[in-house]
Design a protein around this ligand. Structure first.
Ligand code: TXA
Ligand code: MG
Length: 330
């Protein structure tokens, strides 16, 4: 481990963007805000930097990374886009959609970052700081969420700091992110497949495609040998505290993660209550989700009881992350 690196923290701005680009070019690790969650960036073409990235996160190297690029043209240098992929890119980029596509023969992304697969995951982030860093750096940047492997994703620079201080070179602080859950991942296979629900609701993608997205096979979650989206291993998003879903009452000693205006019996006896969105707005709930899970996890409650969250819109991604949180780490 490279514990003992001096991690610099800079407020977003011209100086931070220039420092980030310089650091990436030198093989360093830079955390920066995207509209979904904070990413931990490395030069996608630099295998040594990517090896350090896996080490810093404690992430298994069979779990491939997303290559972030500035625009569709840059994406086309590393992957082959068919008509479906182009339609999705034009509809949703820049934005919280990742496409899994066949690599081009000259694909600059190191094999280590794609875990030896012949596909690569690509996205064009919308956050102005991410875009400025990509522009200044000038090449693809691989960036997983900037958390220790197994922790929930960071939505503020402080979350990044608490996980990765001393393990990475630079954190660019651009404030809290807007979306709060990771990008939606679509595999552009013969039939487009929803590999991970995320920041773009399924319905919006299906409207553009004019067809429904195929579901991955049931066992894809746990098949680490030939994963479709290996980061979706069941245990990926677990807090330390036990998580109890669809709670319709609160038991003694539990913390409550509430949703909407209703209350459930026992709320008064909860050790602490946080409401994802008091008026039941799923976008607001997504933005609060990971921060509230971290905050409640720190309270040392017996369990975190979670009220039901509807499944439409961003609710699909929220429920997916909650389900994984409830499965526990192992
Ligand atoms: O919103 C996001 O996507 C954030 C920000 C930083 O861009 N990034 C992110 O990265 O969530 P990460 O590494 O935490 O999740 C990437 C997911 C993993 O589940 C990984 O297995 C999957 O993408 N993935 C990457 N390359 C793949 C490929 N070639 N085929 C299938 N899945 C892939
Ligand atoms: Mg992640």
């Amino acid at each position: 481990m490279n514990v003992g690196l001096k991690t610099q923290i800079l407020p977003a701005g011209e100086a931070a963007v220039a420092a980030a680009a310089r650091c990436l070019a030198q093989g360093g690790l830079v955390a920066f805000p995207t509209e979904t969650v904070y990413g931990l960036g490395a030069d996608a073409a630099n295998a040594a930097a990517i090896a350090q990235l896996y080490q810093a996160k404690g992430r298994p190297s069979f779990n491939p990374l997303i290559a972030h690029v500035g625009d569709l043209r840059a994406g086309m240098r590393i992957a082959r886009f068919d008509a479906t992929a182009i339609a999705l890119a034009e509809a949703f980029w820049p934005g919280p959609l990742t496409l899994v596509l066949p690599k081009t023969s000259g694909c600059a992304v190191a094999d280590l970052a794609t875990a030896g697969l012949d596909t690569v995951a690509i996205r064009v982030p919308a956050h102005p700081v991410a875009r400025a860093i990509l522009r200044a750096f000038g090449g693809p940047v691989v960036a997983p969420s900037a958390n220790l492997s197994g922790h929930v994703s960071p939505t503020t620079a402080a979350h990044v700091q608490s996980d990765l201080m001393g393990l990475i070179d630079l954190i660019v602080d651009g404030g809290a992110v807007e979306v709060g859950v990771e990008s939606t991942i679509v595999g552009c296979f013969d039939a487009p497949m929803l590999l991970r629900p995320g920041g773009v609701p399924r319905g919006e993608i299906e409207r553009v495609l004019g067809r429904t997205l195929v579901q991955p096979p049931d066992d894809a979650d746990n098949d680490a040998s030939q994963p479709l989206a290996p980061g979706m291993l069941a245990s990926h998003y677990a807090p330390r505290t036990r998580v109890r879903l669809n709670a319709d009452d609160i038991e003694a000693g539990e913390a409550l993660l509430a949703f909407g205006p209703a209350t459930v019996p026992g709320t008064d006896s909860a050790t602490v209550v946080m409401n994802l969105s008091a008026h039941g707005d799923l976008n607001e709930a997504a933005a609060n989700l990971f921060g509230y899970l971290r905050a409640l996890d720190a309270k040392g409650a017996r369990a975190i009881a979670v009220m039901p969250v509807p499944h439409h819109g961003l609710g699909e991604a929220i429920n997916d992350r909650l389900r994984r949180a409830a499965m526990g780490r192992e």
